[in-house]
Design a protein. Structure first.
Length: 183
């Protein structure tokens, strides 16, 4: 497997949106989770590609995954009591990630781990000291995945949306070590 990423523009996100849709259907079928049903709206994903960085992940020429990053925190993070103060105690810059999705038939082959390591490398290259994101609190397999990768649970929140009803989320963070250079 030779993985590579390519940044996608607003008019290129439709195949990436299809991955989100397939993952939502798979999570519902395998785990009874419906938080990605319906998938994140295509128009909002296009807007994300204008405001943030939406990536396509390829194995050779085959599209296998997607993720989104940005250095500006999602607005709702600022409203969670204590979270922002904890995350931003030292004012360090961070890379915020979301919508990591690997095609269901390819999960368990290291693609998600590769994506998270790539995000960590991007954070370091951009001068960020942390990677931060949230994950659905009922997706236990996913939470275990992030725990294994060394991410730390920094808090949680509950929100009520017309799309999903009452939903619990876990906030994760991993501090990025700077490379030590030899003189």
């Amino acid at each position: 497997m030779i993985l590579a990423i390519r940044k996608s523009g607003p008019e290129e996100v439709k195949p990436l949106h299809a991955i989100l849709s397939k993952c939502g259907q798979d999570m519902q079928a395998r785990f009874g989770l419906s938080h990605w049903i319906p998938p994140y709206p295509l128009e909002l994903m296009r807007k994300s590609a204008e405001e943030r960085d939406v990536y396509a992940v390829y194995d050779g020429v085959e599209l296998v995954a997607t993720f989104t990053t940005g250095t500006v925190p999602r607005p709702y993070y600022l409203t969670i009591p204590g979270l922002w103060e904890s995350w931003n105690a030292n004012g360090e810059p961070a890379l915020f990630a979301n919508r990591l999705a690997v095609l269901p038939g390819l999960q368990g082959r290291g693609i998600g781990t590769w994506c998270m390591k790539t995000i960590e490398g991007m954070a370091q290259a951009e001068g960020c000291r942390a990677v931060r994101f949230d994950a659905y609190d009922k997706h236990l397999k996913l939470l275990e995945f992030y725990d294994r990768l060394g991410y730390h649970r920094r808090g949680s929140f509950i929100f009520d949306s017309p799309r999903h009803g009452v939903t619990g989320m876990v906030c994760y963070e991993k501090l990025i070590n700077e490379f030590v250079t030899e003189e």
